[in-house]
Design a binder for this molecule. Structure first.
Ligand code: ZN
Ligand code: ZN
Ligand code: ZN
Length: 364
């Protein structure tokens, strides 16, 4: 990941540490590490850890064999490789020194945390999640640009799917097709492709299986991948042959709910109010009890991150926050309908990262 101002991000992390009166931030695997250092660590049994003191130099402790993959940024951090017979816990403990309070990244193997706690018995450990979440919550323009590119690639695939033959193929085959289309149309790495046909559509996170898609099936396709480390996530509806009036009715309700959710996005509106705006449409149509999940989730380096668009989340939206709006209606034994776009809150309202048509696509 190049093109980002990692020194500025590190400064923000240090300011957050000072505000919270925390001496040191410890970040292991997961998305916080590339956010702060540009380096994505493999989730290995060998410890990788960035030691970020409130005052002083950041040190990236990495297994020696991984060090060649780290892009040096001397103005941001120093690399400290450790050899196979060294003890990385002792190295990190020495760097942490007499810190009273340490924050530790959410994605740290518990065995490493337990060993660090034993080695640093005078240090109080707290979860770094509130800190790293606030760092990553507001996307920079360059991050929004990658979300836009990821969304555009997914939109291209949604368009190409209209020309695919569905009938006679299994969900799993279609899922693999979606993944291949993503990677041949601008997505670096395909992430996931839920293909849920007929009654399977009533399960929001259905695992695509060997069900053969047939005439009259409604199909939910929810898919995404990464561009430059940033995720896409969109859901579109397909139907083999002409849908029933009942299907059309449900689809119209979900689309109206999704539009209402997006229309409610503006700075100062709470995450909960976006959920309420979408949910009200579905409730008014009498399908409230079939909308069985929150309206959306934040997105960025992770496919699901803050802010969560859910009742009870009174966090006011701010320009630069990125999240999904994905209401659905799930009718057990019949079909499901979900429509999902990623949006970014802007000064005026919102910008959709997905622009592919949201009507049901009739396929063969
Ligand atoms: Zn989901
Ligand atoms: Zn999705
Ligand atoms: Zn989603």
């Amino acid at each position: 990941m190049t093109g980002f101002d990692y020194a500025a991000r590190m400064d923000r992390a240090r300011r957050e540490l000072a505000e919270r009166e925390v001496d040191v931030l410890l970040v292991s695997i997961g998305s916080d590490l590339p956010y702060l250092t540009g380096y994505t660590a493999m989730p290995l049994e060998r410890l990788t850890m960035a030691v970020i003191p409130r005052d002083g130099e950041t040190v990236l402790v990495v297994p020696e064999l991984e060090a060649p993959r780290v892009e040096a940024m001397p103005d941001v951090f120093r690399i400290q490789p450790w050899g196979e017979t060294e003890d990385p816990i002792a190295i990190v403990a020495a760097l942490v020194g007499p810190a009273q309070v340490a924050m530790i990244g959410d994605h740290t193997w518990s065995s490493f945390l337990l060993a660090l706690q034993a080695a640093l018995s005078d240090t109080v450990f707290a979860s770094a999640r509130p800190l790293t979440e606030s760092l990553r919550l507001i996307k920079e323009p360059a991050e929004v640009d990658l979300l836009r590119r990821a969304g555009a690639s997914a939109d291209t695939v949604a368009g190409l799917l209209a020309a695919e033959t569905f009938a006679g193929r299994t969900e799993l085959e279609m899922s693999r097709t979606v993944g291949a289309l993503l990677e041949s149309n601008g997505t670096d790495v395909a992430g996931f492709a839920i293909v849920a046909s007929g009654p399977n559509g009533a399960s929001p996170h259905h695992e695509p299986g060997d069900r053969v898609i047939g005439e009259g099936d409604a199909i939910v396709i929810d898919f995404g991948g990464k561009v430059g480390g940033y995720c896409s996530d969109t859901t579109r509806m397909f139907h083999v042959g002409e849908p029933s009036p009942r299907y059309h009715e449900v689809h119209e309700v979900v689309l109206a709910a999704q539009r209402a959710g997006i229309a409610a996005v503006r700075p100062g509106a709470t995450a909960a109010s976006i959920d309420a705006a979408a949910r009200a449409v579905i409730q008014a149509a009498g399908y409230g009890r079939y909308f069985i999940h929150r309206t959306g989730h934040g997105i960025g380096l992770d496919g699901h991150e803050d802010p969560y668009i859910v009742a009870g989340n009174e966090r006011p939206l701010e320009p630069g926050m990125a999240f999904s709006i994905e209401p659905g209606i799930y009718l057990p034994g019949e079909f499901g309908v979900r429509i999902e776009d990623i949006v970014v809150c802007t000064d005026e309202g919102s910008e959709r990262m997905n622009r592919s048509p949201r009507h049901v696509v009739i396929v063969h």
